[in-house]
Design a protein around this ligand. Structure first.
Ligand code: BG6
Length: 518
């Protein structure tokens, strides 16, 4: 991550090349890395699938994928001509041992052709039920070695619960060394998520305030306006807790709550994050409702468009009890965060797509000003906006102009797009480059995945046992179920409306409101 040099010659073996992930994310990311000059001189993609494509069919399909999904828009014809020669289709059944023999021969042939021992990245862009078989077969075929030039990338979901994650880790760690394993959480590759570390540890200003003495509470929101799209089958067996909180939201929480690492070395950063997960106070099994809320969307309206109920989506059970919204209150038992709650919420079919973390500071300890001066005054607030308007916003008090002493909150705003020209790399570009360079910092270690499941275990168990009879309990286009407002209101707080969305257009509209019922 620090040492950005072009990677050594690399062969990407993508299991599931015909799937959505390769089409939408992986290949557009490889293309952009090539355009930015990061791809090694010698590289190839061997795409494995079962649909009997020719190399030409594959290349055509991937080109369309780049056209539609690359941050640069349509592919540059000349570049593509050159690049496409590196993509090959391998018809293969991952359940057959012969597939791995063929693969082994193919990889050996590439090494011989290039006259180099190339790095090999096995990318499992396949449904999780196939993970263990493929890992074992790679091991049986001896493809897990040599350790210094073979890597395996695992997509989420990493297990379905603690037991299955432990099982998967045992399989993986029984064959690959931990430093060969790259468990992806694409949120960690997002520029603004990485920026949390830059902001906290690259400035002297904030770290002294970053604790229970000054911070009242933290809110992390990842709201989506989309529904389950075409992933009903997967999602209906997963739900918001597994799909988003176990990974993305807990990782953002770790970055906000972790102690300063002494370096950006993968082991060091991951140790500091695991410390946070281990310090999260277990949610009491007999009082899960006081800490966790679930919801499922009904029909409604989003941006003037009719949205259907979750239960009417394709591949979703008509009486589904899967949650499409989850909110949690967590406490971290350590010196820094004792008494500072972290509120997390995420959901589909909410009013807007917005991901942000709010650091709410405490009231001033003593009011110097008379009551009349304080009408409308608000404690400080720092907002880290992850998407869609990437930036940082700080609210503080100033004297309202006029003859009377009157305090008024104002906002200091930093937008990435204003400060830096050009588009930022997408999460998968960062992550794929890290994989090629063998940098594990932005990936989940075995103990991290298990610690995250451990945090959620009491909630998963309680929700499994007691059925939510009130589903659906929030309309599409709202900010989630009423119970989520009550969860935080019981502590005398409220979810903060992501009003910064309006700031970009009209600064006067940009006031952080409190007490919003969302
Ligand atoms: C994925 C989830 O990990 O993240 C999806 O499986 C979700 O359900 C997506 O839509 C959100 O990612 P982003 O980058 O659009 O915020």
């Amino acid at each position: 991550m620090n040492d950005r040099q072009k990677p050594a010659p690399t062969v990407f073996v993508i299991f599931g090349i015909g799937g959505d992930l390769a089409w939408r994310k992986l290949v557009p990311a490889l293309y952009n890395l090539e355009v930015d000059g990061w791809m090694p001189e010698q590289f190839a993609v061997l795409g494995l699938g079962r649909s009997g494509m020719s190399d030409g069919d594959l290349r055509q399909r991937l080109r369309e994928g780049i056209d539609e999904n690359s941050r640069r828009g349509e592919v540059d014809g000349d570049r593509w001509e050159e690049l496409q020669q590196n993509f090959f289709y391998l018809e293969a059944d991952a359940a057959e041992a012969s597939t791995f023999e063929d693969l082994s021969e193919r990889l050996a042939a590439i090494d011989a052709d290039w006259e180099v021992a190339a790095n090999r990245v096995f990318y499992l862009a396949i449904p999780p039920r196939f993970f263990e078989d493929v890992i074992e077969r790679l091991g049986q075929a001896g493809l897990h070695e040599p350790r210094d030039r073979v890597r395996v990338v695992i997509e989420k979901p990493f297990g379905h619960d603690l037991d299955s994650a432990q099982r998967l880790n045992r399989t993986l760690n029984g064959i690959f060394a931990e430093e060969q394993i790259f468990r992806i959480d694409h949120y960690l590759g997002k520029e603004t998520v990485q920026n949390i570390m830059a902001f906290r540890f690259g400035n002297t200003l904030f770290e002294p305030l970053w604790n229970r003495r000054y911070i009242d509470h933290v809110q992390i929101t990842v709201a989506e306006s989309v529904g389950v799209e075409h992933r009903g089958d997967y999602y209906d067996h997963s739900g918001a807790l597994r799909d988003m909180i176990q990974n993305h939201l807990l990782q953002v929480l770790c970055l906000i709550a972790m102690e300063p690492p002494i370096s950006l070395e993968g082991r060091e950063v991951r140790n500091r994050k695991v410390d946070v997960l281990r310090a999260i106070r277990p949610i009491p099994s007999d009082h899960v409702d006081g800490h966790a809320i679930r919801g499922q969307y009904g029909s409604g309206w989003i941006e003037g468009e009719r949205a259907e109920a979750y239960r009417d989506e394709s591949d979703v059970a008509a009486e589904s009890l899967t949650e499409t919204f989850a909110a949690l209150k967590l406490n971290i038992d350590n010196w820094r965060w004792q008494g500072v709650p972290f509120y997390l919420r995420t959901g589909k079919r909410l009013q807007a797509k917005v991901s942000e973390a709010v650091i709410q500071f405490k009231e001033v300890p003593h009011q110097t000003f008379p009551q009349a001066a304080l009408m409308g005054s608000q404690p400080n607030r720092l907002l880290l906006s992850i998407q869609p308007h990437e930036g940082i916003f700080l609210r503080f008090e100033v004297k309202h102009p006029g003859l009377a002493m009157q305090l008024s909150p104002v906002l200091m705003q930093f937008y990435y797009e204003d400060a830096f020209a050009g588009s930022s790399p997408e999460a998968y570009e960062t992550l794929l480059l890290d994989v090629m360079q063998g940098d594990t910092m932005l990936f989940m270690r075995a103990d991290q995945t298990e610690a995250a499941w451990r945090v959620l275990a009491p909630v998963l168990e309680a929700w499994e046992e007691s059925k939510p009879f009130s589903f659906p309990n929030y309309p599409s286009g709202s900010w989630g179920p009423e119970e989520a407002s009550q969860l935080i209101a019981r502590d005398g707080r409220a979810w903060i409306m992501p009003t910064h969305l309006a700031c970009k257009e009209d600064i006067t509209a940009c006031r952080f409101r409190t007490g919003d019922e969302i």
